[in-house]
Write a protein that binds this ligand. Structure first.
Ligand code: ADP
Ligand code: MG
Length: 691
């Protein structure tokens, strides 16, 4: 079945071992790779222009008979070859530089199809500087002119002409290709069949051929991806977990809800019910909780962990940084202590003797809730009976880490939380295997943060604002940018600024310093003092970006704000506005680029995370938006998740329906599809977050 696609390219006529090796540079190994090596653009050379109508400067395709050749050497190392051509309307010259062999290749009498740039500036002659040329026997067979010509991405040693000619040989095999996308789906969206689409992509008869072929391959790419994810989602739901929870809120969950200093919001209650249902079902939960910064996800995670304890199981919470793990521990522990639940904190800076005790208590089940950094997914950590796992700020973790944590128990229930609002199309791409819950509204009484963009010249006004707030008993952050390439320099900038502010501008206040190169204990001490209010102004690098929760802070100053992406700026802004007082976010920046200016404007104009995420995705593209390396975002050949978002929705819908009917793709009519899917995603399913 479609075995031709897996044959090495060398199988094709015209491809020797050397060229086959060169083509590997553009990822072409098999005939299939070649056929899926799509043109980057097309040139319409359908119209053959008569000699007398050629206009200076235009790129045109002409057809003429060779009359004679001429060779000119105006200076050393430059040879100009001119062929005089006659097309029945007039005589013109095709011109090549340093390609003497042309004279032999196209002797007088040859019919030549030439595409090139028209130059009439030389002695009134009509010259054509040749871009592409071929001897035209049968015009139907013409590859490089007289048709819509594909222009391919190339590598050194592989020319357009070469790739077109071997593509032609590959296309001869295409008629026998079997379709693998179900007919019904193709018919529904009026997509061409595989063989026709391949033909249309490489050898279009008209522009619509290209359009239809592209539609098909975009759909195909998205459909295979969605199918892989739908299968994985289904697979998780097919295996029963061996732990279970009594239905409803258990006594500890009830007690937690009753002891809260606030009423949970309607959204918090709604998502809790969605989550509870997952937990009570016989199949493991695999859910994403999205909620803007400050929307109250921590309470939801606490409910999950406590429900596990209610059922005699253990819970675990993983956070991306030590500061955040520590803060979760402090925050959650306060609630857990009153409930009589035993928690522990495990990070890489926990001392050895203490670590051993914690590991032992976790193993024996004495620790009921373990909170920590990725230290908790190391092999030596063993749980007695892990029931539920919460991963905070999922975007900071790789998919591998999520899977590692999942493997700690026997199919534990997993809730991943993120405050980076992800536009729906992107979510469908990277989290397609997860169910999604969203907290849309913030707890009541919050005043939206007022955001201003100022230039560095206005820094003294910014300091005045800080002074005013601190005098009212509030606190402030000043964030210095951190660029990975030179962490030391950036840390130095923060150190210097703190020093300078302590000695002059803010002599009368307490200025703290926090950066990634400090020891864990030092960081803890600083955060502790900031939480208590002993530190008034905290100068920091972006280590405070995620999750830090000090409701008394009302000013966030971000220096060189144009160096941050929108998502990150929004996260930083989310550190203030967490209490009842009016808060301020000041972006200090002199953006040079248009994009930088747009980002500043977007921040000033919107406090809505989803809105900003859409904007960020538009401005930076999906790769930058997520940081491809850690995101598990697949690389697309032809689809574009922003442009093709509707195709993505359709592909997802079809994939879900298909997997519902035939979870293992075992029906005979799906056998080829299963094979294609396996070849594409089967081998590296974990890396890709799918499979
Ligand atoms: P995030 O979703 O960013 O993790 P948090 O869980 O840290 O948000 O919550 C932000 C702040 O809002 C915390 O100080 C928390 O105690 C408070 N909070 C959470 N839920 C409510 C609520 N329903 N009413 C009032 N305050 C709440
Ligand atoms: Mg949080």
């Amino acid at each position: 079945m479609n075995d031709i696609l897996n044959k090495p390219v060398q199988y094709l006529k015209g491809v020797g071992p050397k060229r086959a090796r060169t083509m590997q540079n553009i990822n072409i190994y098999t005939v299939g790779d070649l056929l899926y090596h799509f043109p980057r653009e097309y040139q319409d050379r359908t119209n053959i222009i008569p000699a007398q109508s050629l206009k200076h400067g235009q790129v045109a395709t002409v057809l003429g008979r060779v009359l004679y050749a001429r060779e000119i050497t105006p200076r050393q190392r430059l040879t100009i070859v001119k062929l005089a051509l006659d097309d029945g309307h007039g005589v013109f010259f095709a011109v090549w530089f340093n390609q003497k062999y042309i004279i032999k290749q196209y002797p007088p009498g040859t019919m030549l199809l030439v595409t090139g740039k028209v130059d009439k500036s030389y002695r009134g002659e009509t010259q054509i500087q040749v871009i592409d040329c071929e001897a035209a026997g049968d015009p139907d067979q013409a590859l490089h002119g007289g048709r819509i010509v594909p222009i391919y991405p190339l590598t050194e040693g592989i020319s357009q002409k070469y790739i077109r000619s071997i593509m032609q040989n590959a296309l001869k095999e295409v008629a026998s290709l079997q379709e693998f996308i179900p007919e019904k789906i193709l018919a529904k969206y009026r997509l061409p069949k595989l063989a026709d689409a391949v033909q249309g992509m490489h050898y279009p008869k008209c522009k619509d051929d290209i359009h239809q072929a592209k539609r098909r391959f975009i759909f195909e790419e998205l459909f295979l991806l969605q199918l892989a994810m739908a299968k994985r989602r289904k697979k998780i739901k097919l295996e029963e977990k061996d732990h279970h929870y009594p239905p409803g809120n258990g006594p500890l969950v009830e007690e937690l809800l009753n002891s809260l200093p606030f009423d949970p919001t309607a959204d918090q209650i709604r998502v809790w019910h969605e989550i509870r249902q997952d937990m009570e079902s016989p199949y493991p939960m695999n859910r994403l909780l999205q909620g803007d910064v400050g929307s109250g996800k921590t309470l939801v995670s606490a409910l999950v962990l406590v429900k596990a304890v209610d059922a005699g199981l253990q819970g675990a919470l993983m956070a991306p940084t030590e500061i955040l793990a520590e803060q979760h521990y402090l925050g959650l522990n306060r609630w857990m202590e009153t409930l009589g639940i035993k928690t522990a904190l495990l990070t890489s800076s926990v001392k050895k003797s203490q670590r051993e005790k914690i590991l032992n208590d976790v193993k024996e089940g004495k620790v009921q809730i373990l909170i920590g950094t990725h230290a908790i997914i190391q092999d030596i950590v063993e749980f007695k009976r892990l029931g539920a796992v919460v991963v905070d700020e999922q975007h900071r973790f790789g998919v591998k880490q999520r899977l590692a944590l999942q493997s700690k128990g026997n199919l534990p229930d997993v809730l991943v939380m993120t405050a980076t609002p992800i536009p729906r199309t992107l979510a469908l791409t990277i989290y397609g295997d997860l169910d999604v819950s969203v907290i849309y509204t913030l707890p009541p009484g919050r005043k939206p943060v007022r955001t201003y963009h100022v230039t560095h010249r206005a820094i003294n006004d910014v300091y005045k604002l800080i002074r005013r707030e601190v005098q009212k008993g509030k606190q402030a952050y000043i964030v210095c940018p951190l660029v990975e390439e030179s962490e030391i320099l950036d840390v130095q900038a923060a150190v210097d600024l703190a020093q300078q502010l302590r000695e002059s501008t803010f002599k009368d206040f307490n200025v703290g310093l926090l950066h990634g190169r400090m020891k864990a204990e030092e960081k803890e001490k600083v955060m502790d003092e900031y939480r208590k209010g002993t530190i008034d102004i905290l100068v920091s690098t972006t280590v405070i970006e995620v999750g830090v929760d000090v409701p008394n802070a009302t000013v966030m100053v971000i220096l060189d704000a144009n160096r941050f992406g929108l998502a990150q700026l929004h996260q930083l802004r989310g550190r203030v506005g967490r209490g009842r007082s009016q808060s301020y976010c000041i972006l200090v920046a002199d953006p040079k680029t248009e994009e930088g200016k747009q980002r500043m404007a977007a921040m000033v104009n919107s406090t809505d995370g989803f809105n900003l995420a859409e904007e960020d995705l538009r401005l930076r593209g999906p790769g930058e938006f997520l940081g491809v390396r850690q995101s598990g975002l697949p690389e697309f050949k032809i689809a574009d998740i922003i442009r093709d978002r509707r195709a993505m929705e359709c592909a997802r819908q079809e994939a879900l329906e298909l997997v519902e009917k035939d979870p293992g793709l075992q029906l005979p009519e799906h056998r080829l599809l299963a094979k294609v899917l396996y070849e594409k995603y089967g081998k590296n399913e974990k890396l890709l977050n799918i499979g």
